[in-house]
Design a binder for this molecule. Structure first.
Ligand code: NAD
Length: 249
């Protein structure tokens, strides 16, 4: 491996462009060398914005880029598991955006592939684990500074989306719990050291975006989860916050 990690990004949509600019201009030790998208305008954006990056129509072509160390997957969730497995088999390190897949069987396939290549790093984009405040909470729990943790309450409110992106994105997202609340679910399991759920009760409503009925999704939801050992977690998640819409993103 050279001094820099030579990275190829796949997916140049809403989030992929942000990752691409960070990797190209802001992350020490990272060198963005390749970018892939099936959409010609997205490849044109990459060629113009990310000088010196070679573009490809898809992952298969990108994996042949000379000297590539790692692949950065920011593609629709329905593609993640197969693309993770393909990248692992091509001997690349892998970063994949959350969630890993839309169902547990696909997650298990990807996890098994990673386990068979222990010399490569394979990680999912649960960035809140690197947020200083959450990391400090985890440290305090582990140091027993917060006593016995018996309940955790999580609130995540995404901004209202007048652009319509969220409703178009919903059919391949896995729904509000898998797509949005997954960050809180990951944090709770992380804070509770991988605790396993024993029962779940959940409700949801779609008041602001009735079109979500077509894919069975909701814009506001709440769940209470019991974990083995009697601990509980409450999750409230919404896509309807006017307050969040006024914050810079
Ligand atoms: N960590 C977070 O908080 C966070 C936030 C937003 C999105 N995400 C995740 O990032 C992923 C992408 O979300 P997005 O909002 O950027 O979606 P998007 O629809 O804007 O972008 C998807 C990109 O994938 C490309 N693509 C589609 N099919 C492809 C294929 N076969 N091969 C290669 N590229 C292909 C599209 O051209 C597009 O560039 C999703 O899994 C989402 O859950 C995570």
């Amino acid at each position: 491996m050279s001094d820099s990690v030579r990275i190829g990004i796949v997916g140049l949509g809403r989030l992929g462009r942000r990752h691409a600019e960070n990797l190209a201009f802001r992350v020490a030790g990272a060198k963005l060398v390749a970018a892939a998208s099936p959409v010609a305008e997205e490849r044109a954006w990459a060629e113009k914005t990310l000088k010196g990056v070679t573009t490809y129509p898809g992952l298969t072509e990108l994996l042949d880029h000379p000297g590539l160390d790692a692949v950065w997957l920011v593609t629709p969730t329905s593609l993640h598991a197969d693309q993770v497995i393909q990248s692992i088999r091509a001997e690349k390190h892998v970063f994949c955006e959350k969630p890993l897949a839309l169902d547990p069987a696909d997650c298990d396939r990807a996890i098994a592939a990673a386990a068979g290549h222990s010399g490569q790093i394979v990680m999912i984009g649960f960035m809140r684990r690197f947020d200083l405040a959450y990391a400090e909470a985890k440290r305090r729990i582990e140091a027993a500074e917060l006593g016995e943790v018996f309940a955790i309450r999580c609130v995540s409110e995404d901004p209202v989306d007048p652009s319509g992106f969220f409703v178009r994105f919903a059919p391949t997202s896995g729904g509000i719990f898998l797509d949005c609340c997954i960050h809180d679910i990951d944090l709770v399991r992380w804070m509770l050291d991988g605790a396993k759920p024993s029962s779940v009760a959940a409700v949801g409503s779609r008041i602001l975006y009735p079109a979500l009925a077509e894919c069975g999704d909701v814009d506001t939801a709440s769940a209470t989860v019991s974990f083995t050992g009697g601990r509980i977690a409450d999750f409230y998640v919404s896509r309807t916050s006017q307050v969040a819409a006024t914050r810079p993103r």
